[in-house]
Ligand binder design. Sequence first.
Ligand code: NAP
Length: 251
Amino acid sequence: MAGKTALVTGASRGIGRAIAERLAADGALVAVHYARSVEAAAEVVGSILDAGGEAFPLRTELGVPGDTESLYTAFDAELVRRGIAPRLDILVNNAAVSGSARIHEVTGELIDRIFSVNVKALLLLTQEGLIRMPAGGRVINVSSAVTRKSYPESVVYSMSKGALDTLTLALAKELGPRDITVNAVSPGFTATDMNAKHRTTPEGEARLAGLSVFGRIGRPADIADAVAFLASPDSRWITGQFLDTSGGTHL
Ligand code: NAP
């Protein structure tokens, strides 16, 4: 992937971090996007540079007015500073917020919070990114197994990921003529901050591990390796697909 630029949203921690590190190891220049975790993002960039890769931090809170504009202003400026005309070869839509709520617990505020980041910001960020995307480009959406396996414990979050799957399908057809592929990966429980509260006891840990046919909780690298395939030229004939990366959860 030498010569390619990648933007990984939400790359300061968890799955996004692993994706950023993997794409950089494969040769891409990676924008490590985040919202608040300044030190964590600097650590990710540092680890990539130490390994001989190329990366830079990109701070923008998503879900607030002007988010897309400020993100690409900073992204373009950094590429220009490096002598590269603004281009985006690989967009990984990974940043998201979650929130536990069954139907009777849902509030308008929760819907607005989750949809403003997971759907609205993601869609506008993708729209603007596509202006910079050449033939051979890749859009990879980090969805969730909850769009295929019922998870009423987080109904709004599940719906937001359903919207992302729908976007994946629609964009794949739209962008085929430009030789851009659009795919989604669907993790199950993966050991990150997002679900740390479910893993505070050995019983909780064992319950989540038992959901996978492999008897363990997913690791961020399990997802990153699948994303790396979808980002690579090897996946050129694959688009509009949902790659289950849940370790056979609920098979
Ligand atoms: P995580 O550990 O909670 O990390 C979230 C990342 O997104 C952080 O880098 C965070 O930046 C960024 N982010 C969150 N809200 C943001 C906002 N408003 N604006 C900009 N950046 C924001 O999440 P994760 O578990 O790695 O999840 C990554 C993706 O996988 C998500 O799309 C999630 O829905 C999906 N997924 C996760 C699991 C799982 O079990 N973990 C399962 C299925 C799907 P800061 O550090 O600056 O806050």
